[in-house]
Design a protein around this ligand. Structure first.
Ligand code: NDP
Length: 435
């Protein structure tokens, strides 16, 4: 805390892990006296750099670029790039720290990293986004590589940005390698990668529901966000027979009492991905929907809640409202969307609750599968990748049960995910000595 006190999101993420892992370390002799957690919270490398670029009117702008290389004990650094005005070292360190545990849980050999910039792609032309991405990669290329560090997308970094970043990397290095994941299909991308985080979150929630002999059929689902993760979480929930009631963005949420069906979801995908519009426009188009400006959707009655927008978007009062309205399962599609107070409420009510590092790991897992396909220079079918994704989510669920089951039979998925993620990385660090 003394060293990182000015970084609240990072402290929050570390605290959550420490609360569950420290008692485990105390009970297991091999980890005693090795200061493993102290080593894990210090990034192996933290890069910060200037990104200067020129807008369409010829004006020069300066943004700050980052790459946090957090832990490489079990594989090359792996984790997304976020372009959003709120990006700072604290947010990226929390994301990089979470990523270490998440990547460990996937069973694939990937270390943890994260990066990005305070650049805001909203309202920028395609040319401006391209010039920014090219300028960003001019520096980042020195620090990454298919065996060193393999970035991917996150908030504000989708297929368009990955294309521009990859193009510049390839030009500078004169090599075509799997240095980024989330690539387009025709140039090394994996089938199912766009869907993977959202689908994986729903697969995980399905496994949780199964432990109580329940499934998605006929259930009411409330989702926040309307970006990559939210869109495909909604799609998979619909496939499984649920009714999706809400979506949101940073301006508010829409509530469609009739449910967002496949046709309406296709409208949202076009609105968000191609037209780069606002979710409020949904309520202009569909009379069954209402728009709630500046609010989050957690007061809408539901069986299942999937927070898929951003960190700390669901607080203690929201959690109380969900529990009171009969919600039985919360699976995080976003990273750390629930505050510690919210998690406490879910655990107190003994409802099913999955932390993002377990339930949203399907995205990075499929990125791992993209890396394998790039190395082997082959590409698996949609069914093959989806099957592997499903299996990985089930394996993560099993690991959470193994380490998180409590005496009364309740599974504390937060504890389970933290300890299962910790053990693999800690064992590798012990084997590699003090470095
Ligand atoms: P997108 O940029 O595609 O979408 C983000 C969504 O969240 C948008 O609807 C956005 O609204 C909303 N949002 C962003 N910031 C805020 C905010 N401060 N308050 C309210 N809403 C906000 O990102 P993704 O869908 O890829 O990412 C969503 C979450 O999932 C993030 O936490 C990310 O770290 C996590 N995640 C993503 C993975 C992936 O594979 N993409 C993998 C694992 C985790 P608006 O359009 O108004 O900005």
């Amino acid at each position: 805390k003394a060293r990182n006190g000015h970084e609240p999101e990072f402290i929050q993420a570390v605290q959550e892990v420490a609360e569950t892992v420290i008692p485990y370390i105390a009970k297991h002799k091999i980890y005693n006296g090795k200061n493993i957690l102290l080593r894990m919270v210090e990034p192996e490398r933290l890069l910060s750099f200037r990104v200067a670029w020129v807008d369409d009117d010829g004006e020069i702008h300066v943004n700050r670029g980052y790459r946090i290389q957090m832990n490489s004990a079990i594989g090359p650094y792996k984790g997304g790039l976020r372009f959003h005005p709120t990006v700072n070292a604290s947010i990226l360190k929390f994301l990089a720290f979470e990523q270490v545990f998440k990547n460990s849980l996937t069973t694939l050999p990937m270390g943890g990293g994260k990066g990005g910039s305070d650049f805001d792609p909203k309202g920028k032309s395609d040319d401006e986004v391209m010039r920014f991405c090219h300028a960003f990669m001019l520096e980042l290329n020195r620090h990454i590589g298919p065996n060193t560090d393999v970035p991917a997308g996150d908030i504000g970094v989708g297929a368009r940005e990955i294309g521009f970043l990859f193009g510049m990397y390839k030009k500078i290095r004169n090599e075509f390698t799997g240095v980024l994941t989330g690539k387009g299909r025709s140039w090394g991308g994996s089938l199912i990668r766009p869907e993977a985080t959202g689908y994986g979150t729903v697969y995980f929630a399905e496994s949780m529901m199964k432990t109580r002999d329940m499934d998605f059929k006929g259930k009411d689902v409330v989702i926040s966000g309307s970006g990559n993760v939210a869109q495909f979480a909604a799609e998979k929930a619909l496939h499984l027979g649920a009714r999706v009631l809400t979506l949101s963005d940073s301006q508010g949420y829409i509530h469609d009492a009739d449910g967002i069906d496949e046709e309406k979801l296709a409208y949202v995908m076009d609105l968000k991905n191609n037209k780069r519009g606002r979710i409020s426009e949904y309520a202009d188009k569909y009379t069954s929907a209402t728009f709630h400006k500046g609010e989050t959707p957690w007061t809408v009655k539901c069986d299942i809640a999937l927070p898929c927008a951003t960190q700390n978007e669901l607080d203690g009062d929201d959690a109380k409202a969900l529990v009171k309205n009969g919600c039985i399962c919360v699976a995080e599609g976003a990273n750390m969307p629930s505050t510690p107070e919210a998690i406490h409420e879910f655990e107190k009510a003994k409802i099913l609750f999955a932390p993002g590092k377990a339930s949203n790991a399907g995205g990075v897992a499929t990125s791992g599968l993209e890396m394998s396909q790039n190395s082997l220079r082959i590409s698996w079918t949609r069914e093959e990748v989806d099957e592997r994704l499903k299996n990985i989510m089930e394996d993560i669920h099993d690991s959470c049960i193994e380490y998180g089951k409590e005496e009364d039979g309740y599974c504390n998925y937060v504890k389970g995910a933290n300890i299962a993620g910790f053990v693999k990385v800690a064992d590798a660090m012990l084997a590699q000595g003090v470095i």
